[in-house]
Design a protein around this ligand. Structure first.
Ligand code: C6P
Length: 412
């Protein structure tokens, strides 16, 4: 296969100060991007700039600093919204994907789910797209049902169609699995759900950072994602929602800024999206996320995706030569996001991750916050290598050598 990267990885790597460090005397090979990505200098600078030049609360004070901070925060909202094809007024800035699904659980679920209703999610979800619906279903006396998987790690669409016959209130599905890497046809899933009368939630935690996403063309009601997986800071993410739906919902948190008027016995609500941004929000990190969006946009999400497809293709081909290597999920790189989960014979993933760490290689091992999926795979845990713009073919070669070393230690 062609071993040239569509991105200038060496130039990109120079933008990430952390990649200059060594771990146990070895070059850091960071392959834990699905957990969180590293931050380019421009994102770090945006945070420092806010705190050192115009730190102030937003939407409140008319002084210069307050005005500058408000403008920067709202500009960041605009950039993030544009990045996923959503209107700025329909984009709530919050802590991340987990907070977004919990917002929907409370602000939409409390009013809309009744005893006897059906909620649908899938077996490949991260816990943050299962547990909120479990809590909601248990509280309301509704049933939570799961779309199963085909052997290749894709969704069983036949079973999905069957579940739609129960006219579910909610369909919640991931755009891209954090374990299998499966990319779901969320536009088709949402079209079918809409015809069945369901409200749709798409978990974009592993898609927005890695591929072009347009929530309008997906046609979902809600789309959630996290900034820290897309080169942005931790503690900031977004929920894009249909404006009419957001307007019809009750608030999530009560407090300052989310109100229009407060009386002793009742209050009225601020406009969307402010209705869902109670209290002092995460101003610095929102601005940092705006800088991350600028950085990714300058590279181009088409190129980011192409880069990862080639890396995945190379990695699947290269690592298949390692004795005992057993990957999970789709094997066609075009149907897979930037993750490869695997086991190395019966070596425990934590032992493997520890040995790789000695080589300067960072991977994740464990259940990946997807325990129902682990049970379906019939494994207690798995190892996972996940990629982003600064990873190279060379990183894959280093991983291969690390796996071979571990294989020799454990006599695979
Ligand atoms: N997955 C992983 O290592 P938060 O923690 O709210 O930013 O994102 C939650 C989340 C939701 N959906 C998917 C598909 C995810 O992958 C994640 C986070 C990380 O796989 C940390 S558990």
């Amino acid at each position: 296969m062609l071993k040239t990267e569509p991105l200038d990885v060496q130039r990109i790597r120079a933008d990430f100060p952390i990649l200059r460090r060594e771990v146990h005397g070895k070059r850091l090979v960071y392959l834990d991007n699905a957990a969180t990505t590293q931050k380019p200098q421009v994102v770090i600078d945006a945070l420092v700039d806010y705190y050192s030049r115009y730190n102030s609360n937003i939407h409140r004070s008319v002084h210069t600093l307050g005005e500058e901070a408000t403008a920067a925060y709202e500009a960041a909202r605009g950039k993030v919204a544009k990045f996923v094809g959503a209107p700025a007024k329909g984009l709530v800035l919050l802590r991340g994907t987990t907070e977004a699904t919990n917002l929907i659980r409370f602000a939409w679920g409390e009013e809309n789910v009744r005893k006897g209703d059906t909620l649908v999610t899938t077996l490949m979800e991260h816990h943050s797209n299962i547990v909120p619906w479990q809590l909601l279903a248990n509280k309301k006396g509704a049933a939570l049902k799961f779309v199963g998987l085909n052997k290749d790690g894709t969704l069983d669409m036949g079973q999905y169609e069957e579940l739609l016959k129960e006219s579910p209130k909610l369909v919640a599905v991931t755009h891209c699995s954090n374990v299998l890497g499966t990319i779901n046809d969320v536009a088709q899933i949402c079209t079918k759900a809409r015809r069945a009368g369901a409200t749709t939630v798409v978990d974009g935690a592993q898609s927005v950072p890695h591929m072009p996403v347009n929530v309008e063309s997906i046609g979902c009601d809600f789309y959630a994602f996290s900034g820290h997986k897309m080169l942005g800071p931790t503690g900031i993410g977004a929920l894009a929602g249909k404006k009419e739906l957001l307007e019809s919902m009750e608030p999530f948190h009560g407090g300052g800024e989310m109100i229009k008027e407060v009386f002793l016995d009742h209050s009225t609500w601020n406009d969307v999206p402010y209705k869902f941004e109670a209290g002092t929000v995460n101003i610095a990190d929102a601005i940092g996320l705006g800088a991350a969006v600028d950085y990714l946009s300058a590279i181009g999400m088409d190129k980011v995706r192409e880069h990862e497809v080639r890396l995945i293709e190379y990695a699947l081909e290269t690592l298949a030569k390692v004795k005992g290597f057993h990957p999970y999920g789709p094997t066609d790189p075009r149907k897979k996001g930037g993750v490869i989960s695997f086991n190395l014979a019966d070596v425990h993933p934590h032992d493997l991750a520890t040995i790789l760490d000695e080589e300067g290689i960072a991977i994740r091992s464990g259940h990946h916050c997807a325990q129902p999926l682990m049970r379906w795979l019939d494994v207690a845990a798995a190892s996972r290598a996940s990629f982003h713009v600064y990873n190279s073919y060379d990183d894959v070669d280093v991983l291969k050598a690390g796996l071979e070393k571990a294989g020799a230690i454990f006599k695979v």
